[in-house]
Every structure is written in C-alpha cells, then in structure tokens.
Design a protein around this ligand. Structure first.
Ligand code: ZN
Length: 447
C-alpha cells in the first residue's frame, strides 16, 4: 500500500524532471556568421553535442535547420546578413524540445553541415556552410589574364599573398585585443598594392576578407592562379610576452630547425580545427614526411627567396628573431611545385611589437621590405616566360613612370613604389628633393 500511494507521484516527478532536463539539454549559446567570396558560413556554439538535420524548402525558398533537444540562448537579430543569400533568420521550438532555425533565402545555395568537437580555443560547434549555387564548384579569385599582345608573350610573375587565419580563427591575440587575422590582412593588402604598382607582378589575394580558408584551400587557390610564389603572412604569439623579432619560415621535410619553429608550426597547423573544417576535408596533420621528389627543388627556391625577404625585413624590423630562414612542417607551405614562405612579421604577444604592428607606417615598411626581397629574388631567379626572364637576357624592362600630382612629395613617391629617395633622385638626375606638379619621374627598379 505504501508503494501504491507513492509511486504515481514519484513517476510524475521523474517525468517532469526528465522533461525539464531534456528540453534544456543543449543550449545554442551563440550564432555567428561569416561571408566568404563563394559561401556563407553560419556557426552555432553549442553547450554539448547533439544531432541536427538540414531541409531545403521551396516557395518561398528557405533552409531549415533542426537541432535536437536544443534551445536558443540569445537573439538572431544581429547577424551581418548584408551580401549573403540570407534575407532573414528566425527560430522556433518544434515538438516541444527541438530548435528550428529558418533561413529565408534570396538566392540558390548548396548547403553542407557538420559538427565539430571542442578544441583548445572553442567548444562544441555546429557549422552550416551555404555555398553559392553558381560558384560552388570553382572558387576562383581572379581569372588569369589570357590576352597578351602577339609581339609580347612575356607574362608577369604571379605572387599569391595569403593573409593567415580569418573568420572563426582569429589567430593570435595581442594587448588591446589586437587580432592577428586583422593585422595580417592589413599587411597583405599593403603588400598587394606594392605589387600592383609594378607591371612585373600580378598579385593574387588568397583571403580577401574575414573568413576562414583551410590550409589545403589556400594551396589550391595558389595553384589555380598559377602562382610563381606563395607568401603566407602571420604575426603569432608566444607563451612569453618577451619573445620578439620578425622571421621567415620555409617547409621542413624532416624536423624543425628550432623549438620556436616547431611551436609555431604546431599552432598554425591546428588552425583548421579552430577555423572549423569538417574532419573529412582536413589536411593530414600527421603527414610530416613528403615523398614528392619535386619538393627538393621547390624547397631550395623557398629557402633562397626567404633569405632575400628576411634580408630586407632586417632593414626595417627593430630586430630579427633569427638571422636565417627557419624550417618546420607548416601545412600551408606544402605545395610541391610552388616556392612557399611564411613570414612572421613580429610577435603580436610582445607589447612593443604589437603596437608597432597596428600602425599603418610599420605595416607599410614591412610590406615594402617583403616586396623588395621578392623582386630582388625574381631578378636573379627569373621563371621562364616572365618579364624577368626576358630582362636578364638583355632586353630592357618596360620603364615605369609617374606624373607628379598636387600634394606629392619625393619621399611619398619613393615609399609608394618601394624605392629609396636616393635611387629616385639618381635615376631622374635630380639635384634637389623639390618636384613640380606635372613633372614625369622614372621609377627605378629597386634593389
Ligand atoms: Zn598565424
């Protein structure tokens, strides 16, 4: 009798407790959104693992994301939807305990979704990638120039500029919440404009905004654009804030040349985990040994272009971390046929270097140094068929000139074209630094 009197209540209590527990089992703590040139990424931060389903519905076109046993902690109103195929996002609870998020679409997309286990920097995540229908198969940044004059088959040297990290992966952080992903994109943009001023080069930006690209994706984009050189730009952190100095890295097919090189390679290689890459698309982090023999020649080139870049950086950086190019197994440098270097512009964890790295002046100095190093190297190592190849066989390079406009100064023009004021004065036989509006100046090849 005792049992009969207690059981129904106990069961009801148990059911209520279970229900309460189940309906709150997974919290969606935050929803973030990143726009890339070929897709839109939505990331849900979860309090734990769950199951989910994606449904595509027509008339009107929309995408439904059902997350089991979940509830939404915040609002969905602050998502940056501009430039995305998503017109509106709304949410509701389905069957008492499932979270339903509805994306109203303004263009066709190919969705892909996956969940990620926690890592050092993030918790459980659910990633929804909406690939733009037209470009989902061929994410090409810029079509290579096909038309050349019949008499002139020389082509510019293609330089792939890779700003590290992006989107979900902020990279390292410095004082005042300075983020590596922002600093390196700024330096990369400045470097691009240096190359843009020279007809000898065609720069290609691997990352153009705040979104993540896998290591493999970065290498693929460089190859698709037939790059002659790949430069990955970083500003990493170390455990000790005192660590400082700029450095240049090339791939190692054996071990790392120092513990710092190993430390940085490990950290960079883990970026795919932070950036949010489906396990099936992940580069093999354990692939330390490279069997492709063509690597050897490529590696020699990487080391020698790296040395020229490091030499120029030494003239503008307060200090170099190491005076020679270091090596470690960086996944992003693993292209077998494209010389590839990773430039650490400084330690963002060092208070002094962090504040330098944030200034336009220093960013510009770094970009000029990298540009000069690269230009110097291609002059002595011209790839066949490029403007450099022709010039070394005696033919004169296309002369660059610039017309002075109001507000120009000699030092300003020198900085813009990455040449020294002395060189500029010499090649124009100038006796003083005074220039006149309308005057035409010859821009010398630096180095
Ligand atoms: Zn980095």
């Amino acid at each position: 009798m005792r049992n009969h009197r207690r059981s129904p209540l106990a069961i009801i209590c148990l059911i209520t407790l279970l229900a309460a527990h189940v309906s709150a089992s997974v919290q969606v703590e935050d929803v973030r959104l990143w726009r890339a040139p070929d897709h839109t990424r939505v990331v849900l931060d979860l309090s734990g693992p769950t199951t989910h389903k994606v449904l595509e519905l027509a008339n009107p076109s929309r995408l439904v994301l059902d997350v089991s046993d979940a509830s939404l902690a915040g609002a969905l109103t602050d998502l940056p939807l501009d430039g995305t195929p998503i017109a509106r996002v709304r949410s509701g609870i389905r069957e008492g305990q499932d979270l339903r998020v509805v994306f109203d679409l303004s263009a066709d997309v190919n969705p892909k979704s996956f969940q990620l286990a926690p890592n050092e920097r993030t918790g459980h995540r659910l990633v929804l990638d909406l690939f733009d229908a037209e470009t989902s198969k061929q994410p090409v940044i810029a079509a290579p120039k096909k038309t050349v004059k019949k008499a002139d088959t020389r082509r510019p040297v293609v330089v792939a500029i890779d700003a590290g990290h992006g989107g979900e992966d902020p990279g390292a952080s410095g004082p005042k919440k300075l983020r590596e992903k922002h600093v390196v994109l700024q330096i990369a943009n400045r470097l691009k404009s240096k190359f843009d001023t020279s007809s000898q080069f065609r720069p290609v930006m691997i990352r153009t905004g705040d979104y993540y690209i896998t290591h493999k994706g970065r290498r693929d984009l460089a190859r698709k654009n037939q790059a002659d050189l790949f430069i990955s730009i970083h500003a990493d952190a170390f455990t000790h804030p005192s660590a400082n100095g700029a450095s240049v890295y090339a791939l190692s097919t054996r071990g790392a040349t120092s513990t710092m090189a190993q430390f940085l390679a490990d950290k960079e290689n883990a970026a795919d985990l932070v950036g949010g890459v489906a396990v099936s698309d992940m580069d093999d982090v354990l692939a330390g040994v490279l069997t492709d023999l063509s690597m050897t020649g490529t590696l020699d080139s990487s080391l020698s272009v790296g040395a020229d870049v490091l030499g120029e950086m030494g003239k503008v950086a307060p200090r170099l971390h190491k005076t020679k190019v270091e090596q470690a197994a960086f996944l992003v440098l693993k292209s077998p046929d494209i010389p590839s270097i990773l430039v650490e512009t400084g330690f963002i964890s060092n208070p002094k270097e962090s504040s330098l790295l944030a200034t336009p002046t220093y960013q510009d100095k770094m970009a000029s140094a990298i540009f000069r190093g690269v230009q110097r190297w291609f002059k002595s190592n011209p790839p066949p068929g490029t403007v450099f190849a022709r010039s070394s066989s005696g033919e004169r390079l296309t002369e660059r000139t610039v017309k002075v406009v109001r507000g120009d100064t000699l030092s300003g023009i020198a900085a813009k074209y990455a040449v020294s004021v002395d060189e500029l004065m010499r090649s124009n036989s100038l006796a003083s630094k005074t220039i006149k509006v309308g005057q035409v100046l010859i821009i010398p090849e630096s180095g």
